[in-house]
Design a protein around this ligand. Structure first.
Ligand code: C3B
Length: 832
């Protein structure tokens, strides 16, 4: 399949091996890179050599544009967005870069001419999984859109040596395997040994007087390590703009004289080096904060400190005095993980640059903006004051001083309201004293945003209500988006091709609102037939992959009902498996019963320490085992768990879904972004009024969305009235039969205890109200089945879903940030 692409230029003047875009130039470049970089003849090249040569061929073409971008940004002193994120879940680079360069077709043809298997080369790429889920992938989508929207930007993060674990399924259980993405080298990054900064930890602080007699503070740390930069160019689609993703690797300090420090102690010296490198060794595989993990706090400070020192260096080198720092840079904090930046910028400006508190605070507060991604109380990050003080004594002093001044302001505004003061304090005083990172981020930022309309409202009325009372003007909403390059053009070339044909051109790739053009074709039988062919082909591809990787055979003619995301109780994968069990029981009791045949496809990782989430994975696999081996039903329903759901596998899954499950309890999912990816690929959504589902439904039309379940208000009412799942269980014979079937041991070789922690939890606590929404969900699934029986209706709805997804492009999200939050204008870099 050829991919729609921006005009493929082949200007003979530019036909240089390293920059030319024609098929001939690409072939020559590939051969050169294979020989001069990989040191291989074509005859003996391994698949990995071929991938590396192809990757270097693409990279050369990025560097050409990167250089030009850097020159433009430097000479114009461009205002720059710095996106600070502990996670960037990038996914494979090669095809994405070919698409953005506009050379997919030429590359494919070049490969064919050299007798190379283009798809096999793409498959060789090991993806950088430097993130857990939605938050990390959002950062990656934003990097793509920042470049495409021509906003000068630097993404700053950590170059984890081990990214998110690879998930294997053994005996139905999730097993974590370490991710060794760097073992064969990473052709996309450029190491910068000279861009390194010291990062300090521990020790104590001292007061002293400077030459002018001013009282100052000196931090005497007891550990110093280095952060070294690794740069990855990020090209926009069809533009000359290349932004930078700069990830920091921890190394033993070069300036801190650890040899002298460890005189005669060779082992000690090596040990210090290993300890330093531990800091960027591994991504914490948890969506939620790591309670009390000193290494996690060290990681956060590590990348924040390196990034701010880098910005200060850039500013001093290009613009000049630090008074204008906030005009040059706007720093977006992706969740609270980088919120130490507030205290670290204060320290750098005061202790290192000699500024006084007031001007330093003024700069700090004008520099930062903070995005909140969750309302879950357990996900709100805090650090014990003890740990904080042990690792960052100077920063604790600064936090205390920020807090003192801030609480004075609160007291002035709300006279006598000491309980409000306690609620808003940066320090939680009850029990073990803790630093509240979200409060630090809000106080230190000039803008705070949620990630979907509903979520942003709830931020203002619940977790940050007191702050909203104080500073209503600080609060914004920017609904998330995803990049249509990766999640349509790269992952679903057949659909992209069809859309381009129906719309008349491929401008929709950069301007997703243009998909509206599809609306007038939604009832066209010919378009519908082709639409269906495209979907079926994607389902066939997925079925082949699943057969090869799990042994389960799926029939591409049946409905593919897909639930893929991180495993978490609030996302309610267990609600979906209850529906599967219901279908099974109905078929068993009524073998003749008419039921729309379905393949239930699940995917997602669970945090390694999250017992219940892992038990739900086991349950899904156990149900799959029984159903798939039961000849009485396996012609109608099948269940398969796709192992190792990551960006690459997501790209296989989104195009193949007919039905997208977005069934979190209302009020719990901040936004969701998988919901957008599925819908953009023509899946219909069954979902609750949660996160961005609300806006997706608004856009596509209520009649094209399968809605069920309680609203946020109904959830609240039910909870305050005293929620009793046990009564629901006893009042609904089908629900009771489904849970009882799990308890009976049918799915666990007779072991009636295996799933008890899960069933007991549902019956007696059910914090995410699975039982309360069970009946509504089942009824809604019936409606889904009824529509499926009418293919013309289904196709129409599918086409309309895609047609109306324009809002959910991350380009739109980035433009909103640029205008409303960052006050930054696009700066185009010419293509040649
Ligand atoms: C996620 C939220 O759970 C999603 O609803 C949201 O779409 C994305 O962030 C992006 O905004 N999230 C996450 O992946 N990790 C966290 N620690 C917090 C939120």
């Amino acid at each position: 399949m050829s991919t729609p692409a921006p005009a493929e230029t082949s200007d003979p003047v530019r036909e240089h091996t390293r920059t030319g875009l024609s098929k001939a130039a690409l072939m020559q470049a590939y051969i050169d890179n294979l020989f001069y970089i990989q040191g291989r003849f074509r005859e003996v090249a391994t698949p990995h050599d071929r991938y590396m040569a192809a990757a270097f061929t693409a990279r050369d073409r990025l560097l050409d544009r990167w250089l030009k971008s850097a020159q433009v940004f430097k000479t114009t002193h461009a205002r720059t967005v710095c996106y600070l994120s502990a996670e960037f879940l990038l996914g494979p680079h090669l095809l994405n870069n070919l698409v953005n360069l506009g050379i997919t077709r030429a590359s494919r043809e070049a490969a064919t001419e050299m007798d190379l298997d283009f798809n096999a080369i793409l498959e060789e790429e090991e993806e950088p999984g430097l993130g857990n889920g939605g938050l990390g992938r959002l950062a990656a989508c934003f990097m793509d859109s920042l470049s495409t929207c021509q906003i000068p930007a630097i993404g700053y993060g950590i170059r984890y040596e081990f990214g998110i674990f690879d998930q294997a399924i053994e005996d139905g259980w999730q097993v974590e395997k370490s991710d060794t993405w760097l073992r064969n080298g990473n052709p996309w990054e450029i190491p910068r040994p000279k861009i390194r900064f010291p990062v300090l930890y521990g020790g104590y602080t001292q007061s002293y007087q400077d030459q002018d007699g001013r009282a100052r503070t000196r931090w005497v740390p007891d550990q110093e390590i280095d952060g070294m930069a690794y740069d990855t160019p990020v090209l926009g689609y069809g533009v000359g703009n290349v932004n930078l993703l700069r990830l920091w690797k921890a190394e033993a300090s070069q300036s801190f004289d650890f040899q002298a420090f460890n005189v005669g102690d060779y082992y000690g010296a090596v040990h210090a080096k290993i300890e330093a490198e531990t800091i960027s060794k591994v991504l914490y595989p948890n969506d939620e904060p790591e309670a009390g993990k000193a290494l996690r706090l060290k990681q956060q400070f590590f990348f924040v400190s390196c990034s701010l020192q880098d910005m200060i260096r850039l500013h001093l080198n290009t613009v000049g005095p630090l008074e204008t720092f906030a005009d040059k840079f706007v720093v977006q904090l992706n969740d609270t993980h980088p919120s130490l930046a507030v205290a670290e910028l204060m320290r750098l400006l005061m202790d290192e640059q000699g500024m006084e508190w007031e001007p330093a605070w003024d700069i700090t507060r004008r520099t930062f903006c903070y995005t909140n991604h969750t309302l879950l109380p357990e996900a709100l990050e805090t650090w014990s004051v003890n740990l904080f003080e042990r690792l960052l004594p100077r920063h604790l002093e600064i936090v205390y001083e920020i807090n003192r001044r801030f609480l004075d302001e609160v007291r002035m505004r709300f006279l006598g309201d000491e309980s409000r003061v306690a609620r808003m304090s940066l320090i939680a005083e009850e029990g073990v004293r803790r630093v509240r990172m979200a409060h630090l981020a809000v106080v230190g930022s000039r803008a705070v945003n949620g990630v979907a309309a509903l979520h942003s409202e709830l931020v203002k009325t619940t977790i940050l209500k007191d702050f909203h009372d104080l500073w209503p003007e600080k609060f914004h909403n920017v609904t998330n988006g995803v990049t249509p390059r990766r999640f349509m053009v790269v992952s679903n070339p057949r659909l992209a091709h069809l859309i381009t044909e129906v719309c008349g051109d491929d401008r929709w790739i950069r301007d997703l609102g243009r998909l509206r053009e599809l609306e007038s074709h939604a009832d066209d039988p010919e378009v519908q037939a082709r639409w269906r062919q495209v979907k079926t082909a994607a389902k066939q591809d997925l079925a082949v992959w699943l057969r090869q990787n799990t042994g389960v055979e799926l029939n591409p003619a049946v409905m593919f009902d897909v639930l893929a995301k991180r495993f978490h109780e609030y996302k309610r994968q267990h609600l979906s498996i209850l529906h599967v069990i219901r279908c099974y029981q109905r078929l068993k009791q009524n073998p003749g019963q008419e039921m729309v045949p379905r393949a239930f496809v699940f995917g997602g990782k669970a945090a390694p320490g999250y017992y219940l989430a892992k038990l739900i994975i086991k349950l899904i696999n156990s149900v799959a085992e029984v159903i798939n081996h039961d000849p009485q039903v396996n012609g109608s329903i099948r269940v398969v768990f796709m192992p190792d759901f990551n960006v690459k596998n997501g790209q296989r899954l989104y195009p193949a879904a007919d039905l997208s499950e977005q069934i979190s309890l209302a009020g719990k999912e901040a936004s969701g972004t998988g919901n957008m990816k599925f819908s953009m690929n023509g899946a219909l959504t069954i979902g609750t009024l949660d996160g961005a589902n609300v806006e997706i439904r608004e856009e596509v039309g209520a009649e094209n969305f399968f809605l069920f379940g309680m609203t946020v208000d109904e959830v609240r009412q039910k909870q305050s009235a005293g929620y009793r799942p046990w009564d629901i269980y006893n009042g609904d014979p089908e629900l009771k039969a489904d849970i009882d079937l799990i308890s009976s041991g049918l799915f666990s070789y007779g072991d009636t205890n295996l799933f008890r922690p899960l069933t007991d939890h549902l019956l007696h606590q059910d914090p995410f109200m699975v039982l309360a929404d069970y009946r509504a969900y089942l009824d809604c699934q019936e409606r889904v089945g009824a529509v499926w029986r009418d293919p013309a209706q289904w196709d129409r709805m599918s086409i309309l879903n895609v047609a109306r997804m324009g809002k959910f492009s991350s380009d739109r999200a980035i433009r909103e940030y640029a205008e409303r939050i960052w006050q930054i204008e696009p700066l185009p870099v010419a293509l040649n």
